[in-house]
Design a protein around this ligand. Structure first.
Ligand code: FE2
Length: 239
């Protein structure tokens, strides 16, 4: 079992590990990686967090990292630490990251369908429509868990100061009513049709749980959470 307390097993062969917060425009963003153990025992690491000695111990207890992936080009801060520590891993970049981080080496770019390496257990698609940030969305089939980066955020009120709680509420990202952050949804202006098509494909997976890079996971009523979180692209509210 994992060696540190900030690791949570969500389902068989599926864990989240929470790392230290990183600050963005003064707001503390808790960091989180998701680990999938594939059938052959190799680990798929989603959104690698800071590789502290504790995190290394956790990883060692779970298996051998083989694939490094991340949902979008913002989540890249600790990648070089992982490549240096685990030189046998294969890295796959979300859209735009190879240009942003030419210092990193990638085996390929994440696309609108899963790589053969993990297709039996993990599905994926690109959530389209943003002019700024394409996010690759993943789905752990055996547990019915949707794995998101920043498309929905659900900050735990208990971890925030009253000021940051207010900011999170105004930004529509305060649990239990986390939605797409307001600044992110602005980047989809006049492109909601593409976003709706991505959402339709995502909902076809019939997620039973939702884990996000920032905030409380959702284990019950995932369909209702997703409907509310993506309500801003419903035909009722958007062109
Ligand atoms: Fe993020």
């Amino acid at each position: 079992m994992p060696a540190v307390s900030n690791t949570t097993q969500l389902a068989e062969n599926l864990w989240i590990v929470d790392g230290p917060a990183v600050r963005w425009v003064t707001v503390p963003f808790p960091t989180r990686m998701t680990i999938v153990r594939l059938a052959d025992g190799e680990l798929l690491i989603h959104s690698p967090i800071e590789l502290t000695p504790d995190v290394k111990k956790t990883v060692k207890a779970l298996g051998t990292p083989k694939y490094l992936i991340t949902p979008n080009k913002i989540h890249h801060l600790f990648w070089s630490q992982w490549q240096a520590c685990y030189p046998n891993t294969l890295s796959f970049a979300p859209p735009g990251l190879t240009r942003k981080r030419p210092d990193l080496s990638f085996a390929g770019e994440l696309g609108d369908s899963p790589e053969p390496f993990w297709t039996n257990e993990v599905d994926q698609l690109i959530f389209k429509g943003s002019r700024v940030l394409d996010e690759v969305v993943f789905f752990h089939r055996p547990s019915g868990t949707l794995i998101l980066g920043d498309l929905l955020e659900n900050f735990d009120p208990g971890t925030l100061s009253s000021f940051h709680r207010l900011l999170a509420r105004l930004g529509r990202v305060l649990a239990p009513h986390g939605e797409t952050p307001l600044d992110y949804r602005q980047t989809f202006m006049l492109r909601h049709r593409e976003a709706r098509e991505s959402l339709r494909r995502m909902l076809e997976w019939k997620p039973r749980s939702v884990v996000m890079c920032h905030g409380l996971p959702v284990y019950e009523d995932a369909a209702a959470f997703l409907e509310a979180g993506f309500g801003w692209i419903s035909p009722r509210h958007s062109p």
